[in-house]
Write a protein that binds this ligand. Structure first.
Ligand code: APR
Ligand code: ZN
Length: 270
């Protein structure tokens, strides 16, 4: 049974999901993964909050998720922001302070190392900037960046540490309108150029790693379908099953910082 999966894997026709506990990976399966990785030329890492969990940044959903304690409609929606920008800024300032003190972990670093070996792109929902801090260059920040502020009225965008904040909400130094975090709130569309780029990158990849995202949030959760429909292999790395678990070719159940480094050697073996 497992041999069959390994064989079909070589021909990129997996039609079933093999769940793999990384502590006990069947050698046959590992061989097929090795072959897929060694033959991949165009890799996408689609990442979510879970990859930064080992850096000390809480995820959104799940038992210890932020949205268990905080109301996303009040704190992370565009209507919530206009209703009470001060409250939203207080929430984001706390998160900025946490994130500024966090460092990338082995998951981020492995992705950055793979970029040096193979053509690859990071499509991230994270706003924490940790992929960049780890050394990745090809990064699409689908939900913006918490360490930047932008004007609600003009084109002003600035690093948060360069913005003069007298009180909350901070005001634009060019037009005196309210500034906002440079992120995508619930109820807002993604930047259309960014989104088109992410669609193209997903459509053209031959393997997509889906790491640390519950795939609950659209439109980003459709990107694995763009990849799959164009023949890519989908590899999920997550301690828990995701809502689209059934479309994955391989699922590694474990932490990104433990699983991803085990893949590194195989990218080099062609
Ligand atoms: N390694 C890998 N995955 C992990 C780890 C870890 N160490 N720890 C937790 N996870 C997994 C969880 O099992 C879960 O499936 O990470 C996932 C985190 O899911 P969410 O909290 O829903 O985060 P994400 O998918 O990134 O959320 C998408 O929702 O609130 C919005 O804008 C926010 O970008 C965010 C979007
Ligand atoms: Zn302005």
């Amino acid at each position: 049974m497992k041999f069959e999966i390994a064989k079909t894997c070589l021909y990129f026709h997996l039609d079933r999901n093999e769940i793999i506990n990384h502590m006990n990976i069947n050698p046959m399966i590992m061989d097929s993964i090795k072959s897929v990785l060694a033959n991949s030329n165009n890799i996408v890492f689609l990442t979510g909050a879970g990859i930064s969990e080992e850096s000390g940044i809480p995820t959104f959903r799940g038992p210890a998720g932020l949205w268990k304690t905080y109301d996303p409609m009040k704190l992370a929606s565009i209507s919530g922001f206009y209703k009470n920008p001060k409250l939203v800024w207080e929430f984001y300032q706390d998160r900025q302070n946490l994130i500024l003190n966090c460092q990338p972990n082995a998951g981020h670093f492995t992705i950055a190392k793979i970029e040096k070996l193979k053509n690859s792109n990071v499509l991230t929902q994270n706003i924490d900037g940790l992929h960049k801090k780890a050394g990745s260059k090809n990064i699409v920040e689908l939900h913006g960046n918490i360490l930047k502020a932008k004007c609600t009225n003009c084109n002003f965008v600035e690093d948060i540490n360069k913005v003069i904040i007298k009180s909350l909400p901070p005001m634009c130094s060019l037009c005196d309108s309210v500034l906002r975090p440079d992120i995508v709130f619930f109820g807002e569309p993604l930047n259309q150029t960014t989104w088109k780029n992410a669609q193209d990158i997903s459509t053209n990849c031959d393997i997509m790693f889906i790491i640390g995202t519950s795939l609950n949030v659209g439109p980003v959760n459709t990107l694995p379908f763009y990849a799959k429909e164009n023949g890519a292999i989908l590899v999920e790395v997550n301690p828990e099953p995701t809502v689209f678990n059934h479309i994955m070719d391989f699922s590694f159940r474990g932490k990104a910082g433990e699983i991803l480094p085990t893949f590194l050697a195989y990218f080099n073996t062609k």
